[in-house]
Design a protein around this ligand. Structure first.
Ligand SMILES: Nc1nc2c(ncn2[C@@H]2O[C@H](COP(=O)(O)OP(=O)(O)O)[C@@H](O)[C@H]2O)c(=O)[nH]1
Ligand SMILES: [Mg+2]
Length: 446
């Protein structure tokens, strides 16, 4: 996702970053480019305009222009504004209250409501809840069957009563949920191909009846601008508490994700990233912003890495990545090189997914945290390094003890390793697809 947008922004930011001295003209020209890239990614024009204005206000100021690394600072501002645009912080669904807590899932036909209901049920079950699925679309028998089948196939409880009145289905479904000792009820409501008043009236009637704790609007991330106007209409006519953006695994241009929060004021809570029942993720604004922007960061890191690494070694790593055999042993090797490359803080700042706080930490402790990472990896057996998936709770405990760290630190490291590997795999794929990153990505380095 976001490939084109990322590539475009990357080149703008890279040219900014390279500049030792920035003039207002430099910055303005870059901002024009950013705006163009956003519009092409189908970001709502008002959102693109306001975004650029916000960055400009902060970036075209004296402090920034007098800074040590002005380009870097502007890139930082762009990132921060993008996080803000995407909602700032993670917004989890609000499911407190006396059980069963009703959640109403609404949206246009084909947006992914039914699939999302099943994904949510699975996600909730993992969170220790006991969800109950209620098919509340009486118009298309196939819609009801779909939820029953899909829900069952995924081991979830489904209401099977049939009435032709959606309000009655929801009311009865809530009662049945009590009988099943369920604590969350997911109401899979009917959709239409287009928003119409009849649909809104029906949804309002359901809402009045069951008083859902959450109304989640499901929006198809592939349809760009249209999804934003759909969301606007739902916001105006029905109101909702959060958005689930589906089909983000496809070649969505990213515009919907970037516009919806700003246009509707409601947070994106989940993203759907595939057809399977597991393909649902909590939406993280900062991660998403990094995904959109930080490709460039990875690439500049690679650029530096290139200087200190032998070509054949790099080829070896690329090969491992292709075969998905890049392991913690390799990771440690890379870390050692990073340490040699210094200045450390600069390099860590370029790593994707490393929050700024962590960067400050590293700066403060002068590289001790990397030493800790090394200690953790060194406390693993060769087998564990080769196959990190075997690292269960008790092994992690042992490793924490052996390396004089905490289980949290071990967990964090494994997470970082996973993220890094994913990122590197993507880069590797990109370079194979000849997407303009060419030789640098072939190195396949962090
Ligand atoms: N690739 C992908 N397909 C999805 C996703 N969510 C839903 N779909 C597909 O979109 C189609 C419509 O989904 P459905 O849940 O039936 O939509 P509904 O009409 O709103 O209930 C189905 O083929 C789903 O498999 C997603 O996150 N990624
Ligand atoms: Mg459906």
């Amino acid at each position: 996702m976001f490939d084109d947008l990322t590539t475009r922004l990357d080149s703008v930011l890279k040219s900014l970053r390279g500049k030792g001295v920035l003039t207002e003209d430099n910055v303005r020209e870059s901002l024009r480019e950013i705006r163009r890239a956003l519009l092409e990614a189908d970001v709502h024009y008002k959102v693109a305009r306001d975004f650029v204005k916000a960055v400009e206000t902060r970036a075209v100021g004296r402090e920034v222009l007098k800074g040590i690394r002005p380009g870097e600072q502007v890139v930082q501002v762009v990132h921060e504004e993008m996080v803000r645009l995407l909602g700032g912080t993670v917004s989890r669904p609000e499911l407190s209250g006396s059980p069963p807590v009703p959640v109403m899932v609404v949206g246009l036909q084909g947006s992914g409501k039914t699939t999302t209901c099943v994904k949510l049920a699975k996600w909730l079950a993992k969170e220790g809840r006991r969800p109950y699925l209620v098919p509340a679309d009486p118009y298309r028998p196939a819609a009801r069957e779909q939820l029953i089948k899909l829900g069952r196939a995924n081991g979830q409880l489904v209401y099977e009563g049939s009435s032709d009145d959606p309000v009655e289905i929801c009311r009865e479904g809530m009662k049945a949920a009590i009988g099943q000792a369920a604590d969350v009820v997911l109401l899979d409501t009917a959709g239409r191909l287009h928003v119409d008043d009849e649909l809104m009236a029906e949804l309002s009637a359901i809402r009045a009846e069951v008083k859902p704790r959450e109304v989640l609007l499901v929006v198809d991330g592939m349809i760009g601008q249209d999804s934003v106007s759909v969301a606007e209409t739902f916001a105006e006519k029905l109101g909702f508490d959060g958005v689930v953006l589906t089909k983000m695994d496809g070649d969505a241009r990213g515009g919907a994700a970037l516009s919806i929060r700003q246009v509707t004021g409601a947070p994106i809570k989940f993203v759907g990233v595939g057809e399977s029942a597991d393909a649902l993720e909590i939406f993280h604004p900062d991660r998403m912003a990094s995904r959109i922007l930080s490709m460039g960061d990875v690439l500049s890191l690679v650029e530096r890495a290139q200087e200190s690494v032998q070509a054949e070694e790099a080829e070896e790593i690329a090969k491992k990545l292709r075969k998905d055999r890049f392991d913690l042993e390799d990771f440690r090797g890379q870390l050692r090189k990073i340490q040699k490359m210094g200045p450390l803080s600069q390099l860590v700042g370029l790593l994707p997914g490393v929050p700024k706080d962590a960067l400050k930490e590293v700066e403060k402790d002068g590289g001790k945290s990397l030493t800790r990472v090394e200690a953790i990896i060194s406390s693993m057996t060769p087998g564990e390094r080769a196959r990190p998936s075997v690292l269960n709770g008790s092994r992690r405990k042992r490793i924490a003890r052996g390396s004089g760290t905490s289980v949290q630190e071990v967990n964090q490291l494994i997470r970082q390793f996973d993220d890094m590997r994913r990122m590197m795999k993507r880069m590797n794929k990109m370079s194979k697809g000849g997407r303009g990153v060419g030789g640098r990505a072939r190195l396949g380095l962090p």
